[in-house]
Design a protein around this ligand. Structure first.
Ligand SMILES: N=c1c2ncn([C@@H]3O[C@H](COP(=O)(O)OP(=O)(O)OP(=O)(O)O)[C@@H](O)[C@H]3O)c2ncn1[C@@H]1O[C@H](COP(=O)(O)O)[C@@H](O)[C@H]1O
Length: 98
């Protein structure tokens, strides 16, 4: 994995944190933080996208698999932010398993 690929995750997380702090009206991310369903909105998205990921894998559709993987990573980062966690928590957990 290139440094750019790693950085894009950190950069995306920084954007998510910014949206959480500033709640711009036109932001999908902000709408997840203010959703009437609370955290269930992002949890439902993760459930739906996991199903879509499974279907893409079963179809051997690599383009769709990458698309759904990105949707899941994005919504996972939103969830971590909602729980006052961050990418370092994920990195630390993965590193513990080496
Ligand atoms: N990475 C994402 C990202 N991934 C997914 N989504 C949104 O998540 C929603 C996914 O829901 P759905 O699966 O129902 O949408 P869909 O387009 O039908 O997707 P599929 O069914 O094809 O999987 C869509 O509205 C997408 O726009 C994202 N929205 C934002 N980001 C990032 O967050 C940044 C800030 O975005 P805003 O908060 O909107 O400013 C953007 O610059 C992006 O980098």
């Amino acid at each position: 994995m290139s440094d750019d690929t790693v950085n894009v995750i950190d950069e995306l997380f920084a954007v998510i944190e910014d949206r959480k702090a500033n709640l711009p009206e036109d932001s999908y991310t902000a709408s997840l933080f203010t959703h009437e369903k609370g955290e269930n909105a992002v949890l439902e998205k993760l459930g739906e996208e996991t199903t879509e990921l499974i279907l893409a894998a079963k179809d051997d559709d690599r383009e769709e698999l990458a698309h759904e993987s990105a949707d899941i990573v994005y919504h996972l980062l939103v969830l971590l932010s909602m729980k006052e966690m961050d990418v370092d928590d994920l990195r630390a957990e993965l590193a513990k398993r080496r």
